[in-house]
Design a protein around this ligand. Structure first.
Ligand code: ASP
Length: 624
């Protein structure tokens, strides 16, 4: 029953026909989205990536086409030959771009049939994600997915063009390479030719892009695939794509200017205006004001409410008076019942040595003045739900007490970050009530009604540079200062003298770009001198020998006239996810892994044959 395509040429895409095409002879090809049988008339909604056109099969006009129309089912692949005509007034569908016309078919070719898929791409929402991933080819036919990948293409192209205009050369770096220290586990590839030896897949092109600077390329970029063997999350996949760049003789300001330009271009491709320059916060400020180094500026931040309490108050409330006492408000949540409050308690991170007060009524009974003052300092109005987070003296966690003039101590950071993550979790939970995220939705989907009211005075997308990170973090388990970034990050020149004596005081010459609570990217000015690089390795406890084994080639390259340089990498998938209004990276990656790290469509990973293993000199010994 299937027809051959023969010499038939498609004349238009299904989504592009308008009233102005009326009278034209056309050939459309695509998938049957829906079929309606009205006896002598059969209507097919024919779909391709551009949209949908309505085909009319009239028994009188095309008995053969009508007969085939009786047999076709949704997702059959067909070609319709016919004439565009204006629909009757009462049949016009203003919701469809092609809603003013239809195709009066003279011929229908059935190019392929289909098995019944477990869901229809004509439907909007499919709950079971595993099924979507297994039948990804069907899932990707859905209008929403087609839109996401069109968006991804447009954004990527705009970024590429912007970087090229700014003098960057796109250079590819290898996938089979050596370990890059980005802090995740490597994916290893056994070498057949060199028994017992392994390549690593790049966690990023970090070392290679620095070498490209030593090679005189001046400005490099790559839409680079990176591989990190980590546990998956909604915003994390085993392999992901970075807009990776590096520039010679760069200072922080030069990197910022480049990024602001290409990101604005990428957003413009999605019809979103991103005003530049982006605001900045130091890491300490960001922690103080948002309890996070990737702050979401759409909601009010943390308020310092220490002054609302006397020392006696704090002792009575069993709060550590030496640590920060902060409050935050979630607008429009109103008062919560005890049960509702208790349901929120698991969202608080207890491992930070902090506690919270969420029963304001009770606080107001015992400490009426303090309660009023807290609400005032937090800028709260009646309908706002207010919480206090403070240090818990009864829960003394191990942390460094080292404190430098004007800088936050580890303990303080812990209290702020407990408050910050509680704020973010509650903001997510009560998104419908506060409406602060609706504004973003409204910009992304101007065609959709937003769920609830949008909060006034909130920007939909809030890029923010976070600068002046500490160079080292205190690792509680090993009780050592460990690098907070990859080891090629340069310290502030002014802090160099303290590298070994006072590691906690050293600021890194690095920066993050955050937006709406997501880390979009990070970068740094690099170490370009071998003496400094060696010193950093030493301070990180990496011996000369280890450094030589792991990065010998790079240390050697640094000896051949390395220019000062710096760069950054931004997560492309995350950028697209934000602009698509998606809740997971899987919505903007064509063939992602499931949350359990499985490619459900291709069924990977799998075992391999004995023969393959033998060739690779590998024997598998499963631990039971
Ligand atoms: N390679 C770094 C990363 O993947 C980015 C950079 O420092 O340029 O996070």
């Amino acid at each position: 029953m299937l027809d051959f395509l023969g010499n038939l040429e498609r004349t238009h895409l299904c989504g592009e026909l308008r009233a102005a095409h009326a009278g034209q002879q056309v050939v459309l090809m695509g998938w049957v989205n829906r079929r309606r049988d009205h006896g002598n008339l059969i209507f097919l909604d024919l779909r391709d990536r551009s949209g949908i056109s309505q085909i009319v099969l009239d028994k009188e006009l095309t008995p053969d086409g009508h007969l085939k129309g009786e047999l076709v089912r949704p997702e059959y692949v067909v070609a319709a030959v016919g004439k565009v005509r204006l629909r009757d007034k009462d049949a016009i569908n203003p919701k469809m771009p092609t809603g003013e016309i239809e195709i009066e078919a003279t011929e229908l070719l059935v190019l392929n049939d289909t098995r019944l898929a477990p869901f229809s791409p004509a439907e909007d929402a499919i709950q079971n994600e595993e099924v979507r991933l297994k039948y990804r080819y069907v899932d990707l036919r859905r209008a929403e997915m087609q839109r996401n990948f069109r968006l991804r293409h447009d954004i990527t192209l705009a970024i590429r063009e912007s970087l090229s205009r700014q003098g960057f050369l796109e250079i590819e770096t290898p996938i089979l390479t050596k370990s890059t220290p980005e802090g995740a586990r490597d994916f290893l590839v056994p070498s057949r030719i060199h028994p017992g030896e392994f390549y690593a897949l790049p966690q990023s092109p970090q070392i290679l892009k620095q070498i490209l600077m030593i090679s005189g390329f001046d400005r490099y970029f790559q839409i680079a695939r990176c591989f990190r063997d980590e546990d998956l999350r909604a915003d994390r996949q085993l392999e992901f794509t970075q807009v990776d760049l590096e520039m010679s003789f760069a200072r922080q300001e030069s990197v910022f200017a480049v990024v602001e330009q290409f990101l604005a271009a990428g957003f413009a491709a999605a019809d979103v205006a991103l005003p530049t320059p982006f605001p900045r916060l130091t890491y300490d400020e960001s922690m103080r004001r948002f309890g996070s180094d990737k702050p979401d500026l759409r909601l009010p931040g943390l308020a310092d409410v220490r002054s609302a309490f006397s020392d006696e108050n704090l002792i009575a409330l069993q709060i550590d008076p030496a640590l920060p006492v902060v409050a935050f408000r979630i607008p429009n949540v109103g008062e919560l019942s005890r049960k509702e409050r208790e349901d929120n308690h698991p969202l608080f991170d207890l491992k930070k040595g902090a506690k919270f007060i969420d029963d304001f009524k009770r606080l107001a009974k015992g400490f009426p003045e303090a309660a009023v003052k807290v609400r005032e300092l937090a800028g709260a109005v009646e309908a706002d739900f207010v919480l206090i987070v403070a240090g818990d003296p009864a829960h003394h966690i191990k942390a460094s007490d080292t404190k430098f003039e004007g800088r936050l101590s580890e303990r303080e950071i812990n209290v702020y970050s407990a408050a910050g993550s509680f704020r973010t979790e509650l903001a997510k939970k009560y998104a419908d009530r506060h409406g602060a995220f609706n504004i973003t939705e409204a910009v992304i989907h101007p065609d959709r009604p937003i769920g609830g009211e949008a909060m006034a005075g909130v920007f939909p997308f809030n890029p923010i540079w976070v600068v002046d990170f500490p160079m080292f973090e205190y690792d509680l388990i090993t009780a050592k200062w460990v690098p907070a970034h990859h080891p090629f990050t340069s310290p502030h020149e002014a802090d160099m003298a303290n590298l070994v004596s006072d590691p906690a005081s050293v600021r890194a010459n690095c920066y993050d770009l955050a937006m709406n609570g997501l880390e979009l990217g990070s970068g740094s000015i690099r170490i370009h001198r071998k003496d400094v690089q060696r010193q950093i390795f030493q301070s990180l406890g990496i011996s000369d020998e280890e450094a030589r084994a792991r990065f010998g080639f790079f240390l050697e390259a640094l000896e051949y006239g390395a220019p000062p340089h710096g760069g950054i990498a931004l997560g492309l998938d995350r950028i697209v996810m934000l602009l698509a209004g998606a809740s997971s990276l899987r919505e903007v990656i064509a063939f992602p892994k499931s949350a359990k790290a499985i490619d459900l469509m291709a069924d990977a990973p799998t075992t391999v044959t004995e023969q393959q293993l033998r060739e690779l000199h590998i024997r598998v010994a499963l631990r039971s």
